[in-house]
Design a protein around this ligand. Sequence first.
Ligand SMILES: NC(=O)C1=CN([C@@H]2O[C@H](COP(=O)(O)OP(=O)(O)OC[C@H]3O[C@@H](n4cnc5c(N)ncnc54)[C@H](O)[C@@H]3O)[C@@H](O)[C@H]2O)C=CC1
Ligand SMILES: CC(C)CC(=O)C(=O)O
Ligand SMILES: [Mg+2]
Length: 358
Amino acid sequence: MSSSKNIVIIPGDGIGTEITAAALQVAQAAAAQSGSSFTYETKQAGGAAIDEYGIPLPAETIEACRKADGVLLGAVGGPQWDHVAPELRAEKAILGLRKELGLYANLRPIKVFPALAGQSPLKAEIVSAVNILIVRELNGGIYYGARQEASVVNGVEQACDSEMYSRPEVERIVRLACRAAIGRKGRVTSVDKANVLATSRLWRKVAAEIAQDFSEVELSHMYVDNCAMQLVLNPGNFDVIVTSNLFGDILSDEAAVLSGSIGLLPSASLGDGTGLYEPIHGSAPDIAGQGLANPLGTILSAAMLFRYSLSNTQAAIMIEQAVEQVLNDGYRTADIFQPGFTKVSTEEMGRQVIARLR
Ligand SMILES: NC(=O)C1=CN([C@@H]2O[C@H](COP(=O)(O)OP(=O)(O)OC[C@H]3O[C@@H](n4cnc5c(N)ncnc54)[C@H](O)[C@@H]3O)[C@@H](O)[C@H]2O)C=CC1
Ligand SMILES: CC(C)CC(=O)C(=O)O
Ligand SMILES: [Mg+2]
């Protein structure tokens, strides 16, 4: 990474401030140790932006993200902003940024750290085989479809959300998933609900067509309800999962259980411009401000930022190895703590990772 790289940090709400602070320090240390540096600016989005600007996604945040080499985001949202109008909700910030930056692919790698395999609710031999990449479509589907807020029609209160997918949207995400499978096990599971949904039937047809361009990739199709079960029954059977915005959101939170905590999982959102990196979880208002949050998912998101947006694979590997070492050495935040291990705060976990960067 050259010294001219600039990133935007968006702490967001709840635990966002704590986890991005820890991840930023790790990123700065990893950059320095790999002989580089970066500049950064902090911008607001979500509830924090509602408080300061009256809107969840200020234009200056979007502009700064567009110009940056990468964005590291904590999480947005929380009960203190639940009273605002639906179009002003804090969550609109993340949906808006994904759209504004054209981030159509959300990569969510699910792995199990050897040090935590024994702690999983599933048998260690089952979770040890887990190495899944969830490729979630991020710019379409029901999160962006036409919406009718609740209103009374013919005396009955009703609301409506709609899902739409176009051929090009499915083509680009399936193509990306197939490319990602090359160099892995070469297997792509396309997850849909084609027995019911028209969008899924289009998805399945297009996925089958695109996969024909990839002779080294084996494509299979699975209904989302079965996938939810297979993820806990035979998670080692999956390699790459490609699916819609909604299904990918839900399945990745479920898959987080395999790794031991949702606080461990990173993500990269990629498109044609600036990449955005964030843990897969939300703002966890229930534990905010207490030093209880696990920062490792955000720290590993910073590793993905180095790899995909800052061309610094050395720093990425350094961070990933340090995280593994910290867990091997027995350090645990509250969410993954068990008797016999060393309990640490969010901040201390970050320091322990920095101490192992080499
Ligand atoms: N990308 C984003 O900005 C996202 C924002 N949200 C928003 O976050 C808020 C809270 O949503 P929830 O449904 O509670 O989901 P959540 O992911 O924030 O929390 C779910 C559970 O996981 C725990 N958890 C989450 N991250 C953790 C971490 N790093 N360390 C330890 N424990 C952790 C929480 O304490 C909670 O018990 C809502 O406003 C929601 O809309 C939710 C998901 C994504
Ligand atoms: C807050 C939502 C808009 C998104 C979400 O839950 C996610 O991206 O994981
Ligand atoms: Mg989610």
